[in-house]
Write a new protein. Structure first.
Length: 348
């Protein structure tokens, strides 16, 4: 029994608790050791049952999930998968939870709850399994030290764009990378795996944390210096060159490497236009999305940076990219901003 993943479910809805128990117990990898209707009861059960993973509802009586998560990640860090709604407030609180240290989240179905939960069963199973393997750390209020802007008169840009791919653990990783960067960076294009209801909110949150201008990418956006373009959660993002300008192109279509948007689609697009002028970055995430695209970029002259294992929540995407030979430099997450500056700019 010791090899089973012990899960504690925390949710004020009796129906939701039962549905999660049924879904998880359908997989022999899990042992659902308990279920709590609110955080106060959950606190007792955590001490008693010592679970490996917690599923945690965001909106609950007695104490909301965000406040409880802060206590967990401060006093007893453990893998947590949030159960959230797809409302605007739900998206904001989910992103806050990921910044605090939750590994991932599952969104509640809005219509036909029972059928919707059945459709999400494999997603729930996969995310709880992955959370059990994730590296978590104690929550600390982030301290962002901005990098002094690079003086235009003394440095010149030698790269004209940056492309970034990230997934599980990427919300916090992207904040760490983007927050200290100066406003005179070349355009940055980002694929972060998350639902379409979350990417606008995510862009707005990032925009308040950096001197860069962060927005959700729109079709035919002309890329500007100092701007970050986040791929919408339900569309692929490509970059093309038109009349000497970099332009965002959004498209529907099938999932690539299991994802819409896909980092591979973004990376492949820049590999076709100006890879020698591009920096590729791959951050924390499960799976292999982005690895093949980085290999293609590197072969064509791009410089690629991968987040190292020690600083990843899930060392999946960066690991595969490294194993396939697509990485020039692997480093700690906190060192990536400085690495970007060193590669982007040169002394005149």
């Amino acid at each position: 029994m010791s090899s089973l993943i012990k899960v504690l479910i925390v949710d004020d809805s009796a129906l939701m608790r039962q549905m999660l128990i049924s879904i998880l117990e359908s997989d022999p990898a899990f042992d659902v050791v308990g279920a709590a209707p609110h955080p106060l009861k959950a606190r007792e059960l955590i001490k008693k049952l010592n679970p490996d993973v917690l599923t945690l509802d965001i909106e609950m009586p007695e104490m909301n999930g965000i406040d409880f998560l802060k206590k967990i990640m401060s006093l007893r860090p453990m893998p947590v998968v949030m159960i959230s709604s797809l409302t605007q407030s739900g998206a904001e609180m989910t992103l806050q939870a990921l910044e605090i240290g939750a590994v991932d989240f599952v969104s509640k179905p809005q219509l036909d709850f029972q059928h919707g939960m059945e459709m999400k069963a494999q997603e729930i199973i996969d995310k709880v399994k992955m959370a059990a393997l994730a590296k978590v750390k104690a929550f600390e209020t982030p301290k962002i030290t901005p990098i002094k802007p690079v003086p235009v008169e003394s440095r010149s840009v030698k790269k004209k764009m940056i492309v970034i791919g990230s997934s599980t653990g990427g919300v916090e990783a992207l904040r760490t990378v983007l927050a200290p960067l100066p406003a005179n960076m070349p355009p940055i294009f980002v694929v972060q795996h998350m639902p379409k209801q979350f990417t606008v909110t995510f862009s707005c949150r990032l925009n308040t944390l950096t001197d860069l201008y962060v927005k959700e990418a729109e079709h035919n956006d002309i890329a500007q210096q100092g701007c970050v373009y986040i791929a919408p959660g339900d569309r692929h993002l490509q970059v093309v060159e038109e009349k000497g300008q970099l332009v965002c192109k959004l498209s529907d279509g099938e999932a690539v490497t299991g994802h819409i948007p896909s980092a591979n689609v973004l990376f492949d697009s820049v590999s076709e236009i100006s890879p020698k002028d591009t920096i590729g970055v791959i951050l924390s995430g499960m799976g292999k999305d982005g690895a093949e695209g980085l290999v293609s970029m590197k072969k064509n002259g791009a410089y690629n940076i991968g987040q190292n294992e020690q600083s990843c929540v899930v060392y999946g995407m960066p690991r595969v990219a490294k194993e396939m030979g697509g990485i020039n430099l692997e480093c700690d997450l906190k060192k990536i901003p400085s690495a970007l500056l060193n590669v982007c700019f040169e002394t005149k």
